[in-house]
Ligand binder design. Structure first.
Ligand code: MAN
Length: 548
């Protein structure tokens, strides 16, 4: 009798049902092969109460006399001491059934009645020795698997740190790129402003700005024109006064000559003069015309055009001024000057001083504006790229990689096994695949969507390569290739502790719904021992382990 419940059977005269203390029985009714107690506690050594619901193997608390349902057995089964091996409970249904249940009850004590003449010898020495040998190997394997898990956890930590470091450096890079974008935005604005009427600084004068060169040249040319006009006007005035003097002489000559001297030469001269004097004299140099000339030859400043105002000016309005200043000039020289300015502009463009706005790029911008905009776009793209990477890294940190982040170290590692016509593969935290052995296309059996915890209740095979029972970590895979006349393929990969990553079993539970059992060191020592090779906590065929 297990010590924990033995106290209920100490009284030599009477027995009280464990879960129903109100029911007391004379000691003779203990193990009399008749089920008196509602919890079956009066028949710990017979199968008389085997019809009652068995004690839940996952709720051992019920077994120690707690007031539970009165139709549930107070004990998990018949207690086999198994001296020389590990104690265990055998289900009541196996007690005195004429068969030796050595896999659970190695001492054969459950067949105490010798039904049908059965006699079960005690084999615990041999079975226990073999079990201890196997257990030693299991413990060794568990030790190795545990060590491997520690290595995986360390690797996962290193990988996590890498992501954290990258997030930090991305932060700095983004800040830097944002500053660069701001600078380039400013640069584009500057270049655009300059390009509107760009005239690169010349060497004409220290004040000469972008338009200074043109303005200086224009000023020089108007000065030359003014001087020429004044000179021509002076020459005109002098010629006019000489002409007037000659006319006066000839007029006097005509009046004073003596017609009685029959001099043919003099007479011809007088007739020619009379003809000349009778002809239209042409336009008189009138005062209005002279006033025009006076105005024209005044200094530009007196005419309201102050060149200095433009020589030093460097702002955007210069270009407008350049093309508008002709209107300040008298119409008579405007055409001439216009042609000169056109020639000058071409010369300045050819020598790279003036921007060629007549040949814009496809966007309508000049080359320098396009270049600056390209640099800005490249910098903006860089910031965008960094921000995207940052988000990806932050999402990665927030993802569930299992206890201690351990699956981070296994991500994308694949293991496979052959089963039937296919090779089945699982790539950790990625997907499951079915590959025909004869060749042909691979079938996606689902993409990883997340981890979950499930309770399993499997028999642990002797080699330990199985899930056993208890809570296990599982990887869910959904939305694989569509199944003809069925759902999209999906796979649940249930994990248990193992020394190496390996696929133990693959089942198609329903059409295109798969379940894989996979061993990995990643889950060892997790969830109270973790995996199939956790040894003691696995369930053995037909038995209920002692620790319940
Ligand atoms: C393939 C495999 C099977 C699946 C059928 C459904 O043969 O993917 O696992 O059951 O398709 O048609």
């Amino acid at each position: 009798m297990k010590p924990r419940v033995a106290k209920f059977y100490k009284d030599a005269t009477a027995f009280t049902c464990i879960s129903n203390p109100a029911t007391a029985l004379p000691i003779a009714r203990l193990n009399d092969d008749y089920c008196d107690c509602p919890d079956g506690s009066d028949e710990p050594g017979t199968s008389a109460c085997a019809h009652l619901s068995p004690l839940s193997p996952h709720n051992p608390a019920n077994g120690a006399g707690a007031a539970g349902s009165n139709t549930t057995l107070a004990l998990p089964g018949f207690y086999c001491k198994n001296k020389g091996h590990v104690p265990a409970y055998v289900p009541f249904t196996s007690v005195n059934d004429g068969k030796c249940d050595y896999d659970v009850c190695c001492d054969g004590s459950e067949e105490w009645e010798g039904v049908g003449g059965v006699k079960c010898e005690d084999r615990c020495q041999t079975i226990g020795k073999e079990w201890r040998k196997q257990d030693e190997a299991r413990q060794k394997s568990l030790g190795t698997a545990g060590k491997k898990r520690k290595e995986l956890v360390a690797e996962a930590g290193r990988l996590r740190k890498q992501v954290e470091d990258r997030i930090q450096s991305l932060g700095t890079e983004i800040e830097g790129s944002e500053i660069k974008v701001k600078q380039l935005e400013q640069e584009v604005a500057d270049v655009e402003r300059k390009e509107k009427g760009r005239v690169v600084k010349g060497s004409v004068s220290k004040k000469a700005g972008k338009l200074g060169v043109v303005v200086g040249l224009a000023k020089q040319r108007t000065e030359e024109l003014r001087e020429t006009l004044e000179r021509v006007r002076g020459e005109r005035d002098s010629s006019t006064s000489r002409l007037q003097e000659v006319e006066r002489i000839l007029s006097t000559f005509k009046e004073e000559y003596n017609p009685n001297f029959n001099d043919e030469g003099v007479k011809r001269a007088v007739r020619a003069w009379e003809d000349y004097a009778a002809r239209d004299k042409g336009p008189d140099v009138d005062a209005a015309h002279d006033r025009d000339l006076d105005a024209m030859t005044k200094s530009d400043k007196e005419n309201g055009l102050d060149w200095e105002e433009y020589e030093g000016d460097d702002d955007d309005s210069e270009a407008d001024v350049l093309y508008a200043f002709e209107s300040y000039l008298p119409p008579s020289i405007r055409g001439w000057l216009d042609q000169k300015l056109r020639n000058l502009r071409s010369t300045l463009i050819d020598s790279g001083i003036l921007a060629d706005t007549s040949a814009p790029s496809s966007s309508g911008d000049s080359k320098s504006v396009t270049d600056a905009k390209d640099r800005l776009t490249a910098a903006e793209k860089e910031v965008e790229k960094h921000r995207k990477t940052l988000t990806e890294h932050q999402d990665d940190l927030a993802k569930d990689f299992g206890p201690d982040d351990v699956f981070r170290a296994l991500k994308d590692q694949c293991v496979s096994t052959d089963a039937g016509e296919y090779t089945y593969e699982v790539c950790f935290l990625s997907k499951t695949t079915q590959k025909p052995k004869k060749g042909g296309g691979h079938t996606n059996m689902g993409n990883f969507v997340g981890l979950e915890r499930i309770v399993v209740d499997d028999e642990l095979p002797p080699n330990g390569k199985g899930l056993g029972s208890g809570e296990r970590i599982a990887m869910k895979h959904e939305n694989g290739q569509h199944c003809w006349n069925g759902p999209n393929r999906s796979t649940l990969v249930v994990l248990a502790c193992s020394e190496v990553n390996e696929v133990w079993r693959i089942v198609e539970e329903e059409k295109c719904v798969y379940r894989m059992e996979v061993g990995t060191p990643a889950v060892c020592e997790v969830l109270g021992g973790g995996g199939g090779r956790a040894g003691m906590e696995g369930k053995k065929a037909g038995g209920v382990r002692d620790e319940l």
